[in-house]
Design a protein around this ligand. Structure first.
Ligand code: KIV
Ligand code: NA
Length: 264
């Protein structure tokens, strides 16, 4: 039996070979990612990517658990991290623990991730002290899109740097095992990465981070639009369209099913 990568093993990678991560929401793609990634994130971006929502705010705990279970079934090696969705952890450390425990129990995943810096430090400490590894997430935090006024790259204004640096330090002191830096200018990501003792995982936060993560569907070219920080490594959108189009033509011309696909 293959042992899964653990949260302390991720932490130990600080400053070493870059940590590789992608999101996955279901068993089949997760099985492919599992061959390469150190950890797989079941991100609440699944609300937008898989379910056509226009933000992550409508994602429920049950939906995260459903997808978390699918990803766990499809994988054996990578650590699986499941996002805590909006409304399931902000209110109190106790409520956060109850919901994080459900995620851990019902999916078998290795850690949870939640958004927020200093304001979430007490909650992170509460969960970690009770056996739940927590990945933090600061910078552009999509669950706060309504208070931030949209999706904006963070740190363009140097005066904002101390707050982001304090957030990174606070979640580190609270016991987070790693931290996602999202949508952040390179010099700020570099400063934070140097200042804290846990690995930074960047998304739109430059190569200065200790690791990188992307949304799988984005890097596979399955979304019509992708932001600047995404590199499209595979053009699956057009490939799927080509296949569906050929199938349509062959059904209409009765070329499919052919002799090979027919029981005689
Ligand atoms: O939900 C998600 O996909 C994420 C990553 C972008 C870090 O939180
Ligand atoms: Na997320």
């Amino acid at each position: 039996k293959i042992r899964r990568i653990t949260a302390p093993q991720i932490t130990a990678r600080k400053g070493g070979e870059p940590i590789v991560s992608l999101t996955s929401y279901h068993a089949h793609t997760a099985a492919i990612v599992d061959k390469y990634a150190d950890f797989i994130l079941v991100g609440d971006s699944l609300g937008m990517v898989m379910h056509g929502m226009d933000s992550t705010l409508g994602v429920s705990l049950d939906l995260m658990i459903t997808h978390g279970r699918a990803v766990m079934r499809g994988t054996q090696r990578a650590m699986v991290v499941v996002d805590m969705p909006f409304g399931t952890y902000e209110e109190s450390p106790q409520i956060a623990f109850r919901n994080a425990a459900r995620i851990m129990q019902e999916t078998g995943c290795g850690a949870v991730k939640l958004e927020g810096g200093a304001r979430m430090a007490e909650t992170i400490r509460f969960l970690v002290d009770r056996g739940i590894p927590v990945m933090a997430h600061i910078g552009l935090t999509p669950q706060s899109t309504n208070t931030m006024g949209g999706f904006k790259t963070q740190g363009r204004d140097e005066e904002s740097w101390p707050q982001h640096e304090a957030d990174a330090q606070a979640v580190t002191n609270a016991g987070a095992f790693a931290i996602v830096l999202e949508g952040m200018v390179e010099p700020l990501a570099a400063r934070i990465t140097k200042q804290i003792a846990i690995p930074t995982i960047g998304i739109g936060a430059s190569a200065e981070c200790d690791g990188q993560i992307l949304v799988l569907e984005d890097m596979l070219g399955l979304n019509e639009w992708t932001p600047k920080f995404v590199k499209v490594y595979g053009n699956l959108g057009p490939a799927i369209e080509q296949a569906v189009s050929e199938y349509t033509t062959e059904v209409k011309s009765r070329a499919f099913p052919g002799p090979d696909q027919t029981y005689r």
